[in-house]
Design a protein around this ligand. Structure first.
Ligand code: PEP
Length: 237
């Protein structure tokens, strides 16, 4: 299976910023861009089919009186194939719990979206030696029993590495990816794709993605530049 380069644009992206993305080649890595939800349907028309589109969140309900929210079915209809769930910025700023993430993942499955479920430790959790416990707890509660490798991708994103320019050592990344792989293998009897996210750049992508059980990257800041995102996609393979 090809490695996956998944870009999380967060609350960035206006029409003027799009030059260069549509011409990213269908190269050795799978490409996925998760723009603000308002852009998904327009980009589905403008981007070639090999650039998949995803959302950055969804609501757990299909429809209803939830002002400001967007359902997984709506995202699917707009042209999304994936949705990022449980990003640390949503867990921190919007108080999302593991249970919320699991409910949203089930909504994503119902709509035919692939859920990219994010897990990761804070700096204090790492410093106190609790990284694997945090990951274990978060995986147990935020990945639904219905998850399959076809419907679910895990993203390991140490919170302290997101947007900071700091990355864990290769040994630290390898340890956590191996742990996630083993944990899901024993729970589901299946191998899931596991992305690494946190200050991934063209210069470190190849080394990180050469580690066992690293299936690609979830890329924030560097995905806003078509040159950097394209270079990372090349390096992943
Ligand atoms: C992210 O927000 O998912 C992320 C990995 O951001 P960055 O690459 O900027 O650290």
């Amino acid at each position: 299976m090809r490695k996956l380069a998944a870009g999380n644009w967060k609350m960035n992206g206006l029409d003027a910023d799009l030059n260069g993305f549509a011409s990213l080649p269908n190269g050795p890595s799978e490409l996925l861009i998760c723009p603000p939800a308002t852009m998904i349907s327009a980009l589905r028309v403008r981007f070639p089919d090999h650039i998949q589109l995803g959302a950055q969140d969804c609501h757990a309900e299909v429809s209803g009186a939830y002002t400001g929210e967007i359902s997984a079915h709506m995202l699917r209809e707009a042209g999304a194939s994936h949705v990022i769930l449980g990003h640390s910025e949503r867990r921190d700023a919007f108080d999302e719990s593991d249970d919320d993430v699991a409910e949203k993942a089930e909504a994503a499955y119902d709509a035919g979206l692939i859920a990219i479920i994010c897990v990761g430790e804070s700096l204090s959790e790492r410093d106190s030696g609790n990284t694997l416990d945090v990951i274990r707890t978060s995986l147990a509660a935020s990945v639904p029993d219905a998850a399959t490798p076809q419907t679910t991708i895990i993203a390991y994103e140490p919170v302290w590495a997101i947007g900071t320019g700091r990355t864990p050592t290769l040994e630290q990344i390898a340890e956590v990816h191996d742990f996630i792989h083993t944990t899901l293998q024993s729970r589901f009897g299946a191998t899931f794709r596991i992305l690494y996210g946190g200050s991934m750049k063209p210069g470190n992508a190849a080394d990180i993605c050469a580690l066992p059980h690293v299936s690609g990257g979830l890329i924030g800041g560097a995905s806003l530049s078509p040159d950097d995102f394209g270079a990372i996609a090349q390096a992943l393979s």
